[in-house]
Design a binder for this molecule. Structure first.
Ligand SMILES: [Zn+2]
Length: 464
């Protein structure tokens, strides 16, 4: 009867403990709790999907990570300059596992490849076409000013016009930062077409070897490098251009310049029967005059294309030289005596400075004297004679040869005009042609030869 010995309280307690309950209800509640915890833990948005142009590209913890990465990229690309970023970027809250976030380096790569960065810049527009981009309008203006300066006339001139032949404008806009170039680069692109290939001079280089190695002609290299000549000394380390440039812009300069020019004096020959034939007497010395010629010059990228005389002012008139020439025949020896060294019997065919003397010049024998003259100046026969050649003669250009008898001949080369014919007799001092630069001539001059028995002699020994 143990159970019956229990007190009322004990019985109540026992009853409480052993009360029939529902354990499945407890389990269900616990499961729900656990499940909802799991649902919350595994679906609660803990990340952002980065959607670029409608496509999911990355997973990040916060949009700030994307923003700071963009700033980083912008700093890399623009070196501290403001960039405009053109893109459509959206975020979507998502839930991801720990290992699913996009690595920072990967994010940077993705952003870089999917975004386009545009920088504000200034374009130089030539005839409606954007040719080159520089940092800003100020830089563009500097480029254009520098180009004008490069081709503006030097020295004491009166500038009338300095502008571009093409329509050149500056336009501000947005551009890929890779396209922006420096002021000097822009200048080169506009001046040369941007297709310049250079060669740095190294030991043993010659213009000829450089030309051969680059499939060019020496003349092409010279054309691409104004100022360079075949005689230029190539310094190791110097750069030369290998491609003939094709400028994008053309600087037109128009200016006036005044040049002081000599007016050569005329020589008037007067026959004098008192004087022996073959002898002359100067009765009035000639004096050169002086004039100031105003030219109006137009240049395109520094190259003269037009030079017009707009004004000529004579400062001093020339004084004619008057020479009496003897006509008295004295025992018929007048011409026969000519030809000896230093006989000094020929008349100057042209009055002027001797720009190249008789003898060796640069390894080549110059069997003549070159007398400086202006285009069209009269050339006079050095002595009485017969024209035996009048026409084109290779490097001599338009040439006249006069036979004076007794094995003496004179030759006049590079003429712009020939006024005599073969077989014609000419008198001393008679105009036979005009000064020019025909044939292989470096400037306007008369190439004058004295030929004695087929051999060139120093004309200075024969001229009086
Ligand atoms: Zn010559």
């Amino acid at each position: 009867m143990i159970s019956n010995s229990c007190s009322k309280e004990e019985a109540a307690a026992h009853r409480k403990l052993s009360r029939p309950s529902s354990p499945s209800l407890y389990a269900a509640a616990l499961l729900i709790l656990l499940l909802s915890f799991c649902i919350i833990a595994f679906t609660y948005p803990n990340a952002y999907a980065v959607i670029i142009d409608g496509e999911k590209k990355a997973l990040v913890k916060s949009p700030e990570i994307v923003e700071s990465t963009l700033e980083e990229i912008a700093a890399d690309i623009s070196k501290g300059k403001d960039l405009k970023i053109e893109m459509d970027i959206k975020y979507e809250k998502v839930h991801v596992g720990d290992g699913e976030f996009t690595e920072p380096a990967e994010l940077k790569k993705i952003l870089k490849s999917y975004l386009s960065f545009l920088s504000s810049a200034a374009a130089i527009v030539v005839d409606g076409e954007q040719k080159v981009w520089v940092e800003d309008e100020k830089a563009a203006e500097e480029v254009l000013e520098n180009l004008k300066k490069r081709y503006s006339p030097k020295g004491d001139v009166k500038l009338i016009k300095l502008d571009f032949k093409e329509e050149v404008k500056i336009q501000e806009g947005l551009v890929d930062p890779d396209k922006i170039v420096s002021v000097s680069e822009a200048e080169e692109i506009l001046a040369s077409g941007g297709k310049v290939i250079t060669h740095t001079i190294k030991k043993g280089d010659t213009l000829w070897s450089i030309a051969r190695n680059n499939n060019m002609k020496v003349a092409d290299i010279l054309a691409a490098n104004p100022g360079l000549t075949e005689k230029s000394i190539l310094k190791i380390g110097d750069e030369i251009k290998l491609v003939k440039t094709s400028p994008v812009v053309t600087v037109v300069a128009e200016y006036e310049k005044v040049e002081s020019k000599v007016i050569p004096f005329d020589i008037q020959y007067v026959n004098n029967c008192e004087l022996a034939r073959g002898t002359t007497k100067v009765v009035q010395e000639g004096e050169e005059g002086q004039k100031e010629v105003t030219y109006r010059v137009t240049t395109l990228n520094g190259i003269n294309i037009l030079a017009e005389v707009v004004k000529t002012e004579v400062i001093k008139e020339p004084k004619t030289k008057i020479v009496h020439q003897g006509t008295k025949v004295r025992d018929g020896i007048a011409i026969a005596s000519r030809g000896g060294i230093g006989s000094g019997r020929l008349a100057w065919p042209l009055m002027g400075r001797i720009t190249s003397g008789y003898g060796y010049r640069g390894g080549e024998f110059h069997g003549a004297i070159d007398i400086d003259g202006n285009d069209g100046d009269p050339i006079r026969s050095a002595e009485d004679g017969v024209v035996i050649f009048a026409g084109w003669s290779g490097g001599y250009g338009n040439t006249i040869v006069i036979d004076h008898g007794n094995g003496l001949r004179t030759k006049y080369a590079h003429c712009s005009q020939i006024d005599v014919r073969v077989g014609e007799t000419v008198s001393r001092g008679e105009i036979i042609g005009r000064v020019g630069s025909t044939g292989r001539a470096t400037g306007t001059h008369l190439h004058f030869e004295v030929i004695v028995n087929g051999q060139c002699k120093n004309p200075l020994l024969y001229l009086r």
